[in-house]
Design a protein around this ligand. Structure first.
Ligand SMILES: Cc1cc2nc3c(=O)[nH]c(=O)nc-3n(C[C@H](O)[C@H](O)[C@H](O)COP(=O)(O)OP(=O)(O)OC[C@H]3O[C@@H](n4cnc5c(N)ncnc54)[C@H](O)[C@@H]3O)c2cc1C
Length: 541
C-alpha cells in the first residue's frame, strides 16, 4: 500500500480521510466506479466508532416511533441489500418485545407490522404476536412475573469490525490504496485556494508524504470537526458527540437464540439484549459528552443503568461481577439548529453532506446500516465537485469480499454469532479455507489462544499477513473480537498473540513487551467487573 502511495505522481481522484464504516464505504463505491482512491486512517481501521456499535443491521424500530419513516425505509432497504451482498457477515436475528401491560401487545404488534410493510421486498422474517407460552419458550431467561406475552420481529445482525475489514478488502480488490496508522495532518491548496491534496504521516516511520487529490472527502466520524479545522480553524462544530456503552455477559443470561428489545427504558431509549459470538450483549446508553476520544470509558451511572434495566427483564439479574467486558462508542450525531444538547437520543440519525467553501466534502452522521447509501451520495457529490467522469454507482449488487452464497443466513438465525455449535471462521467467508489451511499446516495455530474464547492462533497470523493488523490491539479488538467479548481472556491471550504477531511483522522482544503492556492496560479498562465479586460478597459465575 505504501509503495502504491509513493509510486503515484498524478493526483488521486478521491482521497478519503477516515477508515470507519463511512470512509470504507466511500472507498468501495469510488473504486468500483473506476476512480483512483486513497484512504487514510489515523489509527487502525475501525478504531473509532465503527467497531463499537450494537452490531445491528436494522431499520430502527425507534425511528419509526419518532415518525422518521423515510429513514426507516432507507435503512430497511440497505439491510436487505447488505444481506444479499455479504451473507457471510449478516444474519437474520429474531427479536422479542416482551409485553407486561395490556396495551403493549396491540401497540407493538401493529407497529412491527408497519415495520414489515416498510421493508417491502427487502423483508426478513415476518413479525407476529406471541402467546405467553411461546414467549417463555423462546426467551427462557425472561422475567416471568407479570409477563403477558410478546411480539416477535426480525432484524439483521453482523460483526462490525469484520464487515469493515471485508469492505476495505473489497475496495483494495478494486484497486484502492488503503492505509492505517496514516493520519492526514494538513490540506494543501491550489492557487485559487481550493484543496488539491493531503499531507499525511506514516506513523511507523515518521515519514511525511504529500498526496495530490482532485477531491478530499472527510469521513472522520466523531473527529470530522477536527479535520474541518485543518481547513479552517474557525469553523463551527457540526457534531454533538454522545456515548453509548455495552456490557457483555456470558451466554447463560440469554439462553435462547432470540434477542430482547425493550422499546422504552426509563430514560426513553431502546435497550437490547442480544446473543453475539456465544455471549450476551446488553446496551446501550446515550450520554452527551464534550470531546470525542478513542478509548472513552463508561460512566458509573451508565453501568448501573444497564445492570438495573437488564434486571427488570432477566430472570437472573446480572451483577457487576458478571460483566466480562464493557465497550464504549461515540455517535457522530449532527447538531440540529435549536436542539436540546442534553438529549442526544432525539437527534437525527440521518447523514449530512457538507461542502466547505474551499471544497472539502464532509460526510457525517447516518448509521452503519446505511453506509452504502451514504457512500453513493458522497461520491455523487464528489463527481460534481472534482469534475470526475460521471460513472454510475455500482455497489447495489457488488459482492463484499469473502462472499459465499449462504442458505444458513435465514434458515439458521444468529449463526455464526452463536459461538459454540457454529464454526467461528464462517465470518471469513471464502477466506475461511485459507485460515484453516494455516491451522492445518501448523498444529500450534489450530489451538484456541484461551480456553474461554474460540479464537485460534491462525486468526492472528492471518490478521497480520492479510488484514493489515499492526498492533496487538488491532488483532484482539478488531480482527478478532476478544477484547469486546471477554477482557480477562483477551489479557491472557496477549502474550501468545503478541509472539505470533512479532514473528509475522519481524519484531523483537522489546516490541512484544511494549505491546503486551499497552494492551493489558487497555484490557483493564474494559474489565469493569474485575474485583466486584468481593464487594458483592459473592463468587462470580
Ligand atoms: C453505541 C453505538 C451503537 C451503535 N449501534 C449501531 C447499530 O447497531 N447499527 C447501526 O447501523 N449503526 C449503529 N451505530 C452507528 C454507527 O456505528 C456509526 O454511525 C458509524 O460507525 C460511524 O462510522 P464513521 O466511519 O462515520 O466513523 P468512525 O468509525 O469513527 O470512523 C472515523 C475514522 O476517522 C479516523 N480519523 C479521524 N481523524 C483522522 C485524520 N486526521 N486522518 C485519518 N483518519 C482520521 C478515525 O481514527 C476513525 O477511525 C452505533 C453507534 C454507537 C455509538
Amino acid at each position: 500500500m505504501l509503495a502504491a502511495l509513493r509510486g503515484r505522481a498524478e493526483p488521486w481522484d478521491i482521497v478519503v480521510i477516515g477508515g470507519g464504516a463511512t470512509g470504507a464505504g466511500v472507498a468501495v463505491d469510488a473504486a468500483s466506479r473506476g476512480f483512483a482512491v486513497l484512504l487514510l486512517e489515523r489509527e487502525d481501521f475501525g478504531k473509532g466508532t465503527s467497531s463499537r456499535s450494537t452490531k445491528l443491521v436494522h431499520g430502527g424500530v425507534r425511528y419509526l416511533e419518532q415518525g422518521n419513516v423515510s429513514l426507516v425505509m432507507e435503512a430497511l432497504k440497505e439491510r436487505g441489500i447488505l444481506l444479499e451482498n455479504a451473507p457471510h457477515l449478516v444474519h437474520d436475528l429474531p427479536f422479542i418485545v416482551p409485553n407486561y401491560s395490556w396495551w403493549e401487545t396491540p401497540f407493538y404488534g401493529i407497529g412491527l407490522k408497519i415495520y414489515d410493510l416498510l421493508a417491502g421486498k427487502y423483508g426478513f422474517g415476518r413479525s407476529r404476536i406471541l402467546s405467553l407460552d411461546e414467549t417463555r419458550e423462546l426467551l427462557p431467561n425472561i422475567r416471568q412475573d407479570g409477563l403477558r406475552g410478546g411480539v416477535i420481529y426480525h432484524d439483521g445482525q453482523f460483526d462490525d469490525a469484520r464487515l469493515l475489514i471485508a469492505l476495505l478488502a473489497t475496495a483494495a480488490d478494486r484497486g484502492a490504496t488503503v492505509l492505517n496508522y496514516a493520519p492526514a495532518v494538513a490540506l494543501s491548496r491550489d492557487a485559487d485556494g481550493f484543496f488539491n491534496g493531503v499531507n499525511l504521516v506514516d506513523r511507523e516511520t515518521g515519514e511525511q508524504i504529500h498526496a495530490k487529490a482532485r477531491v478530499v472527502i472527510n469521513a472522520a466520524g466523531i473527529f470530522a470537526d477536527e479535520v474541518r479545522r485543518l481547513a479552517d480553524s474557525d469553523v463551527r462544530a457540526m457534531l454533538a458527540p454522545s456515548q453509548g456503552i455495552h456490557l457483555v455477559f456470558d451466554k447463560s443470561f440469554l439462553r435462547g437464540e432470540t434477542a430482547i428489545m425493550v422499546p422504552h427504558t426509563s430514560d426513553g431509549r431502546v435497550l437490547f439484549a442480544i446473543p453475539w459470538h456465544g455471549h450476551t450483549l446488553v446496551g446501550t446508553t446515550d450520554t452527551p459528552i464534550d470531546e470525542p476520544s478513542y478509548e472513552p470509558a463508561p460512566f458509573e451511572q451508565e453501568i448501573d443503568f444497564i445492570l438495573d434495566t437488564a434486571a427488570q427483564y432477566l430472570s437472573r439479574p446480572p451483577r457487576r461481577s458478571d460483566i466480562l467486558s464493557a465497550f464504549v462508542g461515540i455517535r457522530p450525531l449532527v447538531k440540529a439548529a435549536g436542539s436540546d444538547a442534553t438529549k442526544t437520543s432525539a437527534l437525527s440519525r440521518d447523514h449530512t453532506i457538507h461542502i466547505d467553501p474551499s471544497g472539502l466534502l464532509t460526510i457525517v452522521g447516518g448509521k452503519w446500516t446505511t453506509y452504502r447509501h451514504m457512500a453513493e451520495d458522497a461520491v455523487n457529490h464528489a463527481i460534481m465537485l472534482g469534475h470526475l467522469d460521471d460513472v454510475p454507482c455500482a455497489t447495489r449488487d457488488l459482492r463484499i469480499h469473502g462472499y459465499i452464497a449462504s442458505e444458513r443466513s435465514v434458515a439458521d438465525p444468529g449463526c455464526p454469532y452463536r459461538g459454540e455449535d457454529c464454526d467461528p471462521l464462517l465470518l471469513y467467508g471464502a477466506d475461511a479455507a485459507a485460515v484453516r489451511a494455516l491451522a492445518a499446516a501448523d498444529p500450534r495455530l489450530a489451538e484456541p489462544l484461551d480456553i474461554a474464547l474460540p479464537i485460534l492462533g491462525a486468526q492472528i497470523v492471518w490478521a497480520a499477513r492479510e488484514e493489515m493488523a499492526r498492533t496487538l490491539d488491532d488483532a484482539l479488538a478488531r480482527r478478532t473480537r476478544a477484547l469486546l467479548l471477554n477482557a480477562a481472556a483477551a489479557a491472557r491471550m496477549a502474550l501468545p498473540a503478541a509472539g505470533l504477531l512479532a514473528r509475522e511483522l519481524g519484531k523483537g522482544e522489546d516490541w512484544v513487551d511494549e505491546q503486551v503492556a499497552i494492551f493489558l492496560k487497555l484490557a483493564a479498562q474494559y474489565n469493569v467487573g474485575a474485583g466486584a465479586s468481593a464487594e458483592e460478597g459473592q463468587s462470580p459465575h
